[in-house]
Design a protein around this ligand. Structure first.
Ligand code: ADP
Ligand code: MG
Length: 522
């Protein structure tokens, strides 16, 4: 049902999208020019075993520990497709609203390199798993269309230490499952390209298909860039290979756009080529020109029959789909009335624990924490979610980030946070004291109940009597200011309030203090 629904949405939105993408988008950084960007993402599938062999997919072990005879391309060995990889790719395709092909097939892409023992990579050139998807880019509200998703094998890892005589080959990664996710050239700025990759990462993690870590190589991007003037067709593109962080991806695009503009402005033309990115010099350089492009001699793999997916199988997967980031984002805003900015902060805090194997999504980030706090909260506290949300996003998350600790190390339990919120609501704690309390728990990692901590740290909000006493002290200590307030100078009042707050060590409420002072001085 769901996959039909997804497919329908794609069909219905297509004419509107086509119009949207034909609109010329310039940028103040390059007036009169439009930058056009398309991205090919290679995402490692988080399956326990490799794509066509039973050897383990785990990477954190010594080199060449997980290599089957097939991975090492021993003659006579045959590929056996790992069903879990297909499940995860289908999940991804559903999450991206693709048309899933009930019949797809595998092809060989030949090239000769030490990281490829068999001399060919098995991929899906002619009939990929899925086509026509879309990614909603969170920051911009725009959509980037997905051209296709295909299954393919990863290569081995080759490394060479500086000055070493030999390359070292680690076959652990050889034959691991990859999804190649190809976008249409729908992005128009480096920032949009960065936001697209982040949004795609979030979807991959939500469905448990990949942990999508660029820095660790489980998500790798090749970026295609061209520029054109209004009313003209898209320009000649250059492909920048193997960008391994969103930051480098954006700076590579920026420098490539500028290179194209300076060439065209000099009346020269752009040669279609494959380029690398020099992170130190922040510029791209030629890897190979179009003429040198290898001839991969694609051919259907005779050892693998076509992959047939029944409608029942696809429906089954559709039924098990978790809530997707886009849906979570709008639900949080409508259900709790929290701002888009706070929603983004909550959603950007991962649990710090990895996506599990075989499709277990990563759990327990700030969103789930917030919702657990919300679920257990006294309904009276839950009237306005902005306060709890701000306390969690700004105080708790802010402090954890400041301390460079993952969210999984958060010592403020759901119960503790709920208690703090109840005390805030019934005015036993002021906002300042609530922050003090949270920092105390973060510093000491104490597991004592919140009520005990409030006593121990004397954090109870001032009673009306003690507030009056604090105000009287302030009036006595600042006679000139008090006189000015009496004569109607309201601005000086804040100085008195400031003193009350300071001497109360945060247990006084500024509004109450101002009211009490005013009353006493009138
Ligand atoms: P190849 O077979 O060379 O990889 P593809 O047709 O698969 O070529 O396209 C690769 C990528 O290039 C896609 O992500 C696509 O969006 C992008 N692309 C195509 N045309 C342009 C263009 N004019 N400017 C920028 N990117 C482009
Ligand atoms: Mg391609």
């Amino acid at each position: 049902m769901l996959w039909r629904l997804c497919a329908n949405i794609v069909h219905r939105t297509r004419p509107r999208l086509a119009k949207e993408f034909s609109t010329f988008v310039s940028d103040p950084r390059w007036p009169g020019w439009q930058a056009v960007i398309g991205i090919e993402v290679h995402a490692q599938i988080r399956s326990r075993a490799k794509l066509f062999s039973p050897s383990s997919n785990s990477q954190d072990i010594s080199p060449n520990a997980h290599v089957s005879l097939f991975d090492a391309a021993f003659p006579g060995t045959l590929p056996v497709l790992n069903r879990r990889c297909v499940d995860l790719a289908v999940r991804t395709a559903l999450a991206l609203g693709c048309d899933i092909h009930q019949r797809s097939s595998f092809d060989r892409k030949h090239y000769f390199y030490a990281d490829l023992p068999s001399g060919y990579q098995i991929t899906q050139k002619y009939a990929p798993l899925a086509r026509n998807g879309r990614v909603s880019v969170d920051d911009t509200g725009r959509v980037v269309r997905i051209e296709q998703i295909q299954l393919e094998q990863d290569t081995a890892k080759s490394t060479k230490s500086p000055g070493a005589e030999f390359w070292r080959i680690d076959l652990n990664r050889a034959g691991a499952g990859l999804m190649e996710i190809v976008s249409l050239p729908d992005m128009r700025t480096p920032e949009e390209a960065g936001a697209y990759v982040r949004s795609l990462q979030a979807v991959l993690r939500a469905v448990g298909a990949s942990d999508g870590k660029m820095e660790q190589g489980s998500l790798r991007c090749d970026v295609n860039v061209s520029i054109n003037r209004e009313g003209e067709p898209f320009g000649t593109r250059c492909e920048i290979k193997n960008l391994n962080s969103v930051k480098f991806l954006m700076s590579a695009i920026l420098s490539e756009v500028q290179r194209h503009i300076s060439l065209l402005s000099l009346g020269r033309s752009i040669a279609q080529e494959t380029r690398g990115f020099d992170e130190e010099r922040v510029e791209t350089y030629t890897l190979r020109s179009k003429e040198d492009a290898p001839d991969y001699r694609y051919m259907p793999d005779p050892n693998l029959p076509p992959l047939i997916l029944t409608e029942g199988y696809i429906k089954q997967i559709a039924k098990s789909m978790p809530e997707l980031p886009h849906a979570i984002r709008s639900r949080l805003q409508s259900q709790y009335g929290i701002s888009a900015r706070d929603t983004d902060i909550l959603m950007s805090i991962e649990s710090g624990t990895d996506v599990g194997f075989d499709g277990e999504p990563s759990r327990g980030g700030a969103v789930s924490y917030f919702e657990q706090v919300a679920k257990h909260c006294n309904p009276k506290v839950a009237i306005n979610w902005r306060v709890p949300c701000v306390l969690i996003t700004h105080e708790l998350v802010g402090q954890l980030v400041f301390r460079d600790e993952p969210f999984s190390a958060n010592p403020v339990t759901v119960t503790a946070m709920r208690d703090v919120l109840s005390l805030l609501k019934n005015k036993t704690l002021t906002g300042t004291s609530a922050k003090t309390l949270i920092r105390h728990i973060l510093n000491t990692k104490t597991t004592k109940p919140v009520a005990v901590l409030v006593q121990e740290l004397s954090l109870q909000a001032s009673s009306p009597e003690s507030l009056e006493k604090l105000c009287q002290n302030a009036i006595d200590a600042l006679p000139q200011e008090s006189e000015a307030v009496r004569k109607g100078n309201q601005r000086v009042l804040m100085k008195l309030v400031g003193r009350v707050m300071k001497h109360s060590r945060g247990t006084a409420n500024a509004k109450d203090a101002a009211a009490t002072l005013k009353q006493m001085l009138s």
